[in-house]
Write a protein that binds this ligand. Structure first.
Ligand SMILES: [Zn+2]
Length: 193
């Protein structure tokens, strides 16, 4: 009976490894890459680091092209997975709330014109909803925002004694600092209580 080959030697690191440690390859004699997954990853990483700008530019173009060629499919996928995406986003936010905030802000700044236009259209077409939502917020949400230390709540504190300062002019670092300060104060209050 022929012996089943379940391992091979990586040509880069020279270690004998299980076949599952190699990527599959359609061509070639063995159906597997000559280098193990670890060595391939190292090579890719060093190439990326040496050619970061080029890689990013290429990714951007291919991503855009791909999106344009598959626009409908992508939109259908997004629609079908809306709920799942919401849950994932919530999870990310729970894991690293600060990073999520900073990223969302960068996204808003980058596309501020688009957001402004969309916002204006939304406000026009959802007037009644907005009124109802604001009513609900005033009845219950103020408390929630305070507990959550939301950006808008912290900004309301920062602008309390300064009516010239507008929300959008407050730097994110200041909001982050203020949030930390409140968190510390709350902790201290808990300890002394
Ligand atoms: Zn290797």
């Amino acid at each position: 009976m022929p012996k089943v080959v379940d391992s091979r030697i990586c040509t880069k690191c020279g270690e004998g490894k299980k076949l599952s440690e190699f990527y599959r390859k359609c061509t070639g004699r063995y159906g597997y890459w000559e280098q193990c997954k670890t060595c391939v990853a190292i090579k890719q990483k060093s190439y990326y680091q040496a050619n970061r700008e080029k890689c990013l530019a290429r990714q951007k173009i291919s991503g855009k092209k791909y999106y344009e060629a598959n626009r409908e499919k992508i939109q259908a996928y997004r629609d079908a997975h809306k709920e799942r995406t919401k849950i994932y986003n919530k999870m990310y936010k729970a894991i690293d709330p600060e990073k999520t905030r900073v990223r969302a802000r960068a996204e808003r700044d980058k596309h501020s014109e688009r957001y402004k236009k969309q916002g204006a259209i939304y406000r026009k077409t959802h007037k009644q909803e907005i009124i109802a939502r604001n009513k609900l917020y005033n009845q219950t949400g103020g408390k929630v925002a305070r507990l959550r230390l939301s950006d808008s709540y912290i900004k309301s504190l920062l602008t309390k004694h300064d009516s010239i300062l507008r929300y959008r002019d407050i730097p994110v670092e200041l909001v982050v600092l203020k949030r930390v300060q409140i968190q510390i104060e709350r902790e201290l209050k808990k300890e002394t209580a």
